[in-house]
Design a protein around this ligand. Structure first.
Ligand SMILES: [Zn+2]
Length: 256
């Protein structure tokens, strides 16, 4: 049992973290000093940086991140990233496989136009229960994004923490989201990203097995280290970023 002071300290930390998350620029400034001794990658390694909402006020910042990634490495699609893991595509330096989570309307308004302009590939992981809700995409928006050439993966139905769900709920989240995306978009959906994504806390082996049975070829977590040929596609490691962060803060997540 934790001593009351330890509990209090923990609550304070949680409160601070929640407040910082609501103010991404401040969060980036807090993270930045930890990036002082890290460098953006220069060695061969596959990274899966991902973002969520990109409000118009952060569009210049996202562009800045993406241009830097493109300058120091190769931007690859999810298909190409999985080829790297399968040993079918050599890694000659850092490679970045960009992706986005949840289903934000800003994907339509900010992200996709920028990706098209910069000719960058990306995959969008959609929480189907968010579609049509305020601030999120509609199915028509998603069909447009698909037609523009961007693959869509599943990010569950309701964005619950999978580790807390019973077997039937897990099946619903992983299998029914796939079916609904496929019915609405008319394409096969083969990639899955777990909400929150930390192994053993947010998801377990059970969810990976269900995803395999459901026909997914990949399962993404939010563990961070770079990936290489031979690593399992059912154990993708991604780096969560916010466009408001300075590059120094990005270095805490994406580094050799
Ligand atoms: Zn999410």
């Amino acid at each position: 049992m934790e001593a009351p002071t330890a509990i209090k300290r923990r609550l304070n930390e949680l409160g601070l973290r929640t407040r910082l998350r609501a103010r991404p620029r401040a969060q980036g400034r807090v993270l930045a000093p930890a990036g002082l001794f890290r460098r953006l990658p220069s060695a061969p390694g596959l990274f899966f940086p991902f973002y969520h909402d990109v409000l118009p006020e952060y569009s210049g910042d996202l562009r800045h991140h993406l241009l830097r990634m493109r300058r120091i490495g190769t931007m690859v699609s999810y298909d190409e990233g999985l080829e790297v893991l399968a040993g079918e595509r050599p890694l000659t330096g850092p490679a970045f496989c960009l992706n986005f989570d949840d289903g934000h309307a800003s994907w339509r308004d900010v992200v996709v136009p920028m990706l098209l302009e910069l000719k960058l590939p990306a995959t969008f992981f959609v929480t189907t229960g968010l579609i049509g809700r305020p601030g999120n995409l509609t199915w028509d928006d998603l069909r447009d994004i698909r037609r523009a050439g961007f693959p869509v993966g599943s990010h569950t139905v309701s964005h619950h923490r999978l580790a807390d769900q019973d077997d039937a709920e897990v099946w619903h989240e992983i299998v029914d989201s796939k079916k609904e995306l496929e019915d609405e978009l008319g394409v096969e959906v083969r990639d899955f990203a777990a909400p929150y994504g930390y192994p053993r806390v947010d998801f377990t082996e059970r969810e990976v097995r269900v995803a395999e049975q459901a026909g997914y070829r990949s399962f993404a977590s939010t563990r961070r280290p770079a990936m290489h040929a031979g690593d399992s596609p059912m154990w993708i490691r991604r780096q969560g970023l916010h466009p408001a962060w300075p590059l120094m803060a990005v270095r805490t997540r994406v580094h050799d």
